[in-house]
Design a protein around this ligand. Structure first.
Ligand SMILES: Nc1nc2c(c(=O)[nH]1)N[C@H]1C(S)=C(S)[C@@H](COP(=O)(O)O)O[C@H]1N2
Ligand SMILES: [Mo]
Length: 427
């Protein structure tokens, strides 16, 4: 499978919207605009599966729904990358389902009181069989977009399955002095390569309203989690940026340390910042004729604050923008259409949502739409314009009615911006 499937899904949804809006089928030339966009984007996706589709600004990628595991973008560190090791090496270092083991210990520097650490030395480390045993009664599944805090674009949208981390914590019989959990994965036994992340214990033991639990994940899109995506086992934190979701998990440390000690904090990142809501464009004509309908489509990342609307605006570059409006609150915003959920969930086996997936009902239909922590599609028809240079923008309105992305100026809280794209209207 490649991106063209996602693209066709995106364009099928978009096409139906444009048909209903009455702009397609009006003239042959308008149909060609969309068909050309489809062909161009399709070709781009086929030529290079890792290439960005147009427009490139913001690193928009054409996979708004579930992304096949092999099409995720990989930004993980390691020399060599753990998933590039030979099969024999993977077996030797515990990067296979047969040899994986997880140690759960108390932090020697800030000890938490626990009754029973899980260690290789004692023969009590958790193995894959033990994890699957827990999954028989505790397995959870949820959709989530994996986004790097430092990049604007999604790395991929997954349906993640795992066992709540708290089930493993309970095995250690914690008693007191336990305030945080930190964890890391296989890092070539080189301390300088360790990539560590952390969470308050409260987040692990209880789930905030309507959020799934933090999991030890062993399946993605219904298949065993492959080594490139962090298999055999990785952490997945539903509401967090990618850096909290440690791959090739090998150690969990229970600590009385009161603050975060994430590797990402060393690069000035706001490591407690949850996923942001924002919109990005996937297709927009660079040039249109005066008086012609302008069809635009894209995706929105639905962050922790939810999504009620996507809005779009177009302003003439000849007219000066008002002063003191850096976040475009005075732009002529109009509502875009949020597109319906797909009927067929490409990338999942038989195209169906499995039973007991967070956010979906027994028939596999979403309970609400769009779903938090995932991407949604949108499309819009812009007002017809006279010849000139224009700037197109898109933004979101969250469930509380706040224009997003917020907080706008802080890139280190998770890159999210109001996208601006130049378009030319010709005579
Ligand atoms: N062990 C380990 N886990 C890791 C990383 C890493 O370098 N090493 N990178 C993190 C970062 S910064 C991101 S954005 C996500 C990316 O997840 P993906 O490769 O599945 O897209 O993995 C996270 N987990
Ligand atoms: Mo990242």
């Amino acid at each position: 499978m490649d991106h063209s499937r996602f693209l066709s899904e995106h364009f099928e949804l978009t096409r139906r919207y444009f048909l209903r809006a009455g702009v397609m089928g009006m003239t042959a030339s308008q149909l060609t605009v969309n068909a050309a966009a489809l062909t161009a984007a399709d070709e781009l996706a086929q030529a290079s599966p890792k290439a960005h589709t147009k427009p490139d600004k913001g690193g928009v990628r054409p996979d708004p729904y579930f992304t096949p595991a092999e099409d995720f973008r990989d930004v993980s560190r390691g020399k060599p990358l753990p998933h590039a090791l030979s099969d024999d090496q993977k077996t030797a270092v515990g990067l296979t389902r047969e040899t994986w083991q997880l140690e759960v210990i108390s932090d020697p520097d800030n000890p938490a009181k626990i009754g029973k650490p899980l260690t290789k030395a004692d023969g009590t480390a958790l193995d894959f069989k033990g994890l699957l045993k827990l999954s028989e009664t505790h397995a959870v599944r949820f959709p989530k977009v994996m986004t790097c805090l430092n990049l604007g674009c999604p790395l991929g949208m997954g349906l993640w399955e795992g066992v709540p981390l708290r089930e493993i914590i309970w095995l250690t019989k914690p008693r007191e002095n336990l305030r945080r959990v930190f964890y890391y994965g296989y890092h070539n036994d080189d301390p300088t390569q360790m990539f560590r992340s952390s969470l308050p214990i409260g987040r692990v033991l209880e789930d905030p309203f309507d959020l799934p639990p933090v999991i030890l994940c062993y399946k993605l899109n219904g298949e065993w989690l492959d080594c490139e995506r962090g298999g055999p086992v990785r952490v997945v934190v539903p509401e967090a940026y990618g850096f909290k979701s440690i791959k090739w998990l090998s150690h969990i440390v229970l600590t009385n340390l009161a603050h975060a000690n994430d590797t990402y904090a060393e690069q000035n990142n706001d490591v407690e910042s949850p996923l942001k809501t924002f919109a990005a464009t996937m297709t927009i004509p660079k040039e249109v004729k005066a008086g012609e309908a302008i069809m635009v489509s894209g995706y929105a990342q639905v962050g922790i604050s939810g999504l009620s609307k996507v809005q779009v605006s177009i302003e003439s570059s000849a007219v000066e923008r008002p002063e003191n409006d850096p976040y475009f609150t005075a732009a002529p915003w109009i509502d875009a259409e949020l597109l319906a959920a797909p009927q067929n969930w490409a990338a999942l086996s038989d195209g169906k949502i499995p039973q007991q997936t967070h956010g979906f009902d027994a028939a596999g239909a979403p309970k609400t739409w769009p779903l938090r922590l995932t991407n949604a599609h949108w499309a819009a028809v812009m007002p017809r314009l006279a010849a000139g240079e224009y700037t197109f923008r898109c933004r979101t309105i969250d469930e509380q009615g706040h224009a997003q992305p917020m907080p706008r100026p802080f890139r280190k809280s998770g890159h999210a911006a109001i996208e601006s794209i130049r378009i030319t209207v010709t005579e």
